[in-house]
Design a protein around this ligand. Structure first.
Ligand code: EPU
Length: 421
């Protein structure tokens, strides 16, 4: 298992490019199953989760063709199996995103039930109930979700999400795109990745209105066709590098990103004392050598503060001036990174879903373990602020969602290297 070694103490300073968004690329890849002619997807990030999705397609008889710029052409007409097996689903929960497209286009699908995971129980009941609202007949048997469309295919329906779900909204929106008649999704997730997926579907010929609001109206069409689509920038990767620079009192300019989808994060960074400049596709953050001030925040669905940025802000608060309170409302077990940071000398207390930190000037290097994707990123930030060499184990988590993290961090002046193992 690869490990990272980080020598703390360097102030980050430099410019890097932001990659395509993992959480937009995954549903867009799944959406290619809906088209009856080849689709080309550009700006796919080079990440382990993307490779897993491509491997899943391979198992189903669909062979994506990847060019040297990592654009992928997918022709789903060669599909030969409508099963997403457990050994792949258990490594990536987002595999559930093929469920809606397969039932809508091919009339049936079998997708393994993803189990619990490091950040919470994460059920998929809304995906199932949403598809049932479109007429699908679903049985959960032997650890698999077995879904069948009724005679004549899925039909439009109304569905109210009693909890806002990002991939749930995406799954049902994709299925509804090929259902007969109108579907209305209420209390839908409003994340920018939903808008990106809707834009791709619209380019394929879908009729969708309201993506980005809590009510999405989809008028099903008979067929969706191929197109070329470029995935949006990754707002969580963007936020992670901004926080890393802020924690170290440094400066960073991020290119090929989009400041309009990061308002909650940018405003918290300003509160922490960052000077932030933005252009159409770039963000520059400068702390002018100052130590950040601790911030209070509460995670909630978009446009509020994202749960995927909570761990990174806890790392910043750990070395910031003053006391900071972070409340996690989306996942019940998303504080594993706090226990690792405590081993590095961070003064953070957990009370239920709240983490209260009293900033210390410097952390102390210690061997630590990454427990999930964003937790790993937060440990990298903590290590940048630690005296000595921090060894981060189990960094396969980080490779699921951060493209070339050590190269990008090195470009910003961090002392970081990978030890293959
Ligand atoms: N939930 C249910 N039933 C469902 C679905 C969700 O109760 O059927 C609950 C979850 O347990 C959770 C809440 O609803 O408490 C919200 O979960 P959501 O469904 O929105 O999460 P997700 O779609 O599985 C996506 C991202 C996550 C991100 C969350 C929240 C992708 C591929 N994943 O997950 O990203 O944390 O939305 O914004 O888009 C990451 O990238 O590190 C990551 C975990």
């Amino acid at each position: 298992m690869d490990k990272l070694i980080i020598t703390g103490g360097n102030r980050l300073d430099g410019e890097i490019r932001i990659s395509g968004a993992k959480n937009a690329a995954l549903p867009i890849l799944a959406a290619t199953l809906l088209a009856d002619s080849p689709i080309t997807i550009c700006n796919l990030p080079h990440l382990h989760d993307i490779t897993t999705m491509i491997e899943l397609f391979g198992r189903m008889g669909v062979q994506p063709v990847i060019d040297e710029k990592l654009s992928v052409e997918i022709d789903s007409s060669t599909i030969s199996s409508l099963v997403a097996p457990y050994e792949l689903v258990k490594t990536m929960r987002a595999s559930i995103l093929v469920l809606g497209p397969m039932v809508a286009r091919f009339g049936e699908a079998e997708v393994a039930l993803p189990g619990g995971c490091a950040i919470g129980s994460r059920p998929v009941d809304l995906h199932i109930r949403g598809l049932e609202a479109l007429g699908a007949h679903i049985e959960v048997e032997n650890g698999y979700i077995k879904a069948k469309a009724p005679e004549g295919g899925l039909r439009g329906g109304q569905f109210f999400f009693d909890i806002v779900s990002v991939t749930g909204t995406e799954n049902i929106m994709m299925a509804a795109a090929l259902a007969k008649g109108r579907s209305v999704l209420k209390n839908a997730a409003r994340e920018p990745e939903i808008v990106d997926l809707a834009n791709c579907l619209i380019q394929m010929g879908a009729k969708i209105e309201g993506a980005g609001t809590d009510t999405i109206i989809i008028d099903g069409v008979d067929r969706l066709q191929g197109t070329t689509y470029t995935v949006m920038p990754d707002r969580i990767e963007t936020g992670t590098y901004l926080v890393a620079a802020a924690a170290t009192g440094g400066r960073v300019k991020l290119k090929d990103t989009d400041p309009t989808i990061l308002e909650a994060v940018l405003s918290k960074l300003q509160e922490a004392g960052a000077d932030i400049q933005t252009g159409d596709d770039w963000i520059e953050l400068n702390m002018h050598g100052k130590r950040p001030k601790a911030v209070n925040l509460r995670t909630a669905p978009y446009p509020a503060f994202p749960t995927d940025m909570q761990a990174q802000f806890i790392a910043m608060n750990a070395v910031a001036e003053g006391q900071g309170t972070v409340i996690e409302t989306i996942f019940e077990n998303r504080f594993m990174h706090v226990l690792e940071m405590q081993r590095m000398g961070a003064k953070i207390q957990i009370e239920g879903n709240t983490a209260i930190s009293s900033g210390v000037a410097l952390l102390k290097a210690a061997p630590v373990m990454a427990t999930d994707l964003r937790a790993s990123a937060s440990l990298v930030i903590a290590a940048l602020m630690a005296e000595g060499d921090t060894l981060i184990d189990r960094i396969y988590h980080i490779d699921r969602g951060y493209e070339c993290i050590e190269e990008k961090m090195q470009l910003l002046g961090a002392k970081i290297r990978r030890i293959p193992g």
